[in-house]
Design a protein around this ligand. Structure first.
Ligand code: SF4
Ligand code: SF4
Length: 188
């Protein structure tokens, strides 16, 4: 097996004694302390924060409106515009998932479908939300753009059985994604 050795970076004296890094961290903490005590924290007005510093009165007020486009919530499966399952059960996401949260059982496409002889579809597809760490690697690796990180962040699991999301649930959460499946497009 071939491999490429990676050279370790050389650390300066300042890096090695940590004092500069510790001082920088303390300065930043102190800066935020002063901003909080003088009620000048960033986005204070946006969040209508009434206490010292920046506090959001959750759950009355939520992040929903303010989530950035790139926010990674729970992973979901999506269908194409023609309602076809985009997932071809290649199992790359299952392989890459560091938390081993995904289980894919490959299956066949409905014989009545126009793409029955071209592609496969998952027979079963589950994501264990007790294991998922929202890393987004499944989305990154999927060659079919079939799995996407949603903006769902309020996931409170009160029942162990409900923590494992099956294919139907994942499609319901993901919905339909428009646009061609360009396997090597700019976003991949
Ligand atoms: S987001 Fe990460 S941990 Fe969660 S299912 Fe995808 S690869 Fe696995
Ligand atoms: S979601 Fe994507 S990576 Fe995962 S099995 Fe389906 S096609 Fe493959």
């Amino acid at each position: 097996m071939s491999y490429t050795p990676i050279k370790r970076p050389k650390f300066s004296l300042a890096d090695r004694i940590y004092i500069v890094a510790i001082a920088k961290g303390l300065c930043r903490t102190f800066k935020h302390l002063v901003l909080a005590l003088t009620r000048r924290s960033r986005h204070r007005e946006d969040f209508n924060s009434k206490g010292i510093g920046l506090c959001m009165p959750f759950p009355e007020q939520r992040w929903d409106e303010r989530l950035p486009e790139y926010y990674r919530g729970a992973p979901t499966l999506v269908r194409g515009e023609d309602s076809r399952e985009r997932c071809v059960s290649c199992q790359l996401c299952e392989f890459i998932c560091p938390a081993r949260a995904i289980t894919v059982t490959p299956g066949e496409v409905d014989p009545a479908s126009p793409c029955a002889k071209q592609e496969k579809a998952p027979k079963e597809f589950t994501i264990d939300m007790f294991r998922c760490i929202y890393c987004g690697m499944c989305e990154e690796v999927c060659p079919e753009q079939a799995i996407f990180m949603s903006q769902e962040y309020l996931i409170t699991l009160t029942d162990r059985d409900k923590g494992i999301r099956d294919k139907e649930t994942l499609y319901k959460l993901g919905g339909v994604r428009k646009g061609l499946v360009n396997k090597w497009n700019d976003h991949k």
